[in-house]
Ligand binder design. Structure first.
Ligand code: PLP
Length: 446
């Protein structure tokens, strides 16, 4: 399939009919930004039910690492399904689960012995991290960051501080969670620049939260995403991650790194934390790990994961088909796709950054590998957020055959499959250019 190829008004008739059925039957809490009804996918392209073909820079929210229905992943899934589909790895043994844990140990950003807990999603990975950190330290308090998104079940939601709509009406959440300011470098709270700062934004955590609010010896873990995803594709500078590690070390606090979105090759490294050379104690993974099969992982220093049988488990976690898909995904990542993410990601970021000379709405272009965000502003000096404009740009991109997603209030995120080609990256930049132009024209006209 070659994208884009838009043949009908959007949504087309078949898509409109399905969306009407969805509206009556599905939870209204889902967040659809545009009416895409997918019929099939291939690599970095998707075809909708009316025959329109789109270039996919959303990848099912940064999930389809190896592209849609990669033949090797499909083969691994089919072969495993023919052998057996489920046996519950918590009560029985099977080889794909063990092999995946061994493979994860090989690619782990934690040197030395590690152990793996399997769940089915990002939020379950985070729940396991929370429980493990509390269990291993005997402490209960948790530190997370403003802007962070860690999931929507009640434990992970207690860490999530991205949008109030995600928390409103669900309290009380876990007691004993404090949120510190994150490295929001484009809008640095202390007016510094990332190339010369010492992560002074962490002063609030070190000198206020851990002094005025909670005694550090009651803190089990600091949970941090090396790049905030839902928060706006904010990249924590290496010195931020290093300073966090030293704050944690000073107080015997565990450092939990949420790599649910930034992990599995997306940033041009297997894990984004590798850029800072910081060693975490526990890592959460999900999304891209199994190319779309549901799988969540909490990988931890082996000496921390000493909880007894029954302390934590999940019927479906580490499902054999998901494990088979993950093994094939990791093979493809190592062989080629991490490198592709680095090279094509750099080209995409450069292309998007070059649009800034034409489009004053572009305030910042940031990211690593194929995790790139474009923050839109109404004015580059005041940095007033272009919120409605961002939503309009996402829609205009869709109507031109480019799938992107919002992140934060006013950022557009590009998180394509890691098989994106250089040509497709250029096409994405061209379509985004057109989408920005359309919104700028309509803004001027009103
Ligand atoms: N952590 C991060 C960094 C995420 O981006 C997400 C999902 O977007 C989650 C956790 C939760 O993952 P899931 O939606 O699979 O529960």
């Amino acid at each position: 399939m070659t994208a884009p190829d838009i043949r009908t008004a959007l949504p087309g008739p078949k898509a409109a009919a399905l969306i009407a059925r969805d509206a009556a039957a599905i939870s209204p809490s889902y967040t659809r930004s545009y009416p895409l009804v997918i019929a099939r996918g291939e690599g970095s392209t998707v075809e909708d039910v009316d025959g329109n073909v789109f270039l996919d820079c959303a990848a099912g929210i940064a999930v389809n690492a190896t592209g849609h229905s990669h033949p090797d992943v499909v083969r691994a899934i089919v072969e495993q399904a023919q052998r057996f589909i489920h046996m519950s790895g918590t009560d029985f043994y099977y080889e794909p689960q063990v092999r995946l844990a061994e493979t994860l140990a090989e690619v782990s950003p934690i040197p030395g012995p590690v152990r793996t807990f399997f769940g089915n999603s990002g939020t379950e990975a985070i729940e396991a991290c929370i429980k493990l950190a509390r269990y291993a330290t005997g402490r209960n308090h948790l530190i997370a960051f403003l802007g962070g998104f860690h999931g929507r079940t009640l434990g992970s939601l207690s860490l999530t501080a991205s949008k109030t709509v995600q928390r409103r009406g669900f309290g009380p959440l876990l007691p004993g969670v404090s949120h510190a300011p994150y490295a929001t470098c484009y809008r640095c709270p202390v007016g510094l620049r990332p190339d010369s700062c010492s992560a002074e934004c962490l002063d609030v955590l070190e000198h206020q939260i851990l002094v005025q609010l909670v005694s550090p010896d009651e803190v089990a873990a600091i949970i941090v995403a090396p790049i905030q995803g839902e928060g706006g594709y904010l990249v924590a500078p290496d010195q931020f991650m290093r300073r966090l590690r030293s704050i944690a070390d000073a107080h015997g606090i565990l450092l939990v790194v949420d790599e649910v979105q930034s992990g599995m090759g997306r940033t041009g490294r297997m894990f984004a934390v590798e850029y800072s050379e910081v060693t975490p104690d526990i890592v959460a993974m999900a999304k891209g790990i199994a190319s779309g099969m549901p799988l969540g992982v909490a990988l931890s220093r082996a000496d921390l994961m000493t909880w007894p049988p029954g302390a934590h488990a999940s019927t479906f976690g580490g499902n054999p088909i998901a494990c088979a898909a993950a093994l094939e995904t990791i093979r493809l990542l190592k062989e080629q796709l991490i490198r592709n993410a680095e090279i094509v990601g750099a080209r995409l970021k450069e292309g998007l950054a070059s649009l800034a000379s034409k489009h004053p709405m572009i305030g910042d272009v940031r990211g690593r590998g194929l995790m790139v965000g474009v923050e839109l502003v109404r004015d580059r000096t005041t940095k007033e957020r272009a919120i409605e404009e961002r939503n309009a740009v996402v829609y205009e991109a869709f109507s031109r055959g480019l799938l992107v997603l919002g992140a934060g209030k006013n950022t557009v995120r590009f998180c394509p499959p890691l098989v994106l080609t250089a040509g497709q990256a250029d096409t994405a930049v061209r379509l985004f250019d057109e989408a920005l132009g359309a919104v700028e024209r309509s803004t001027r006209a009103t």
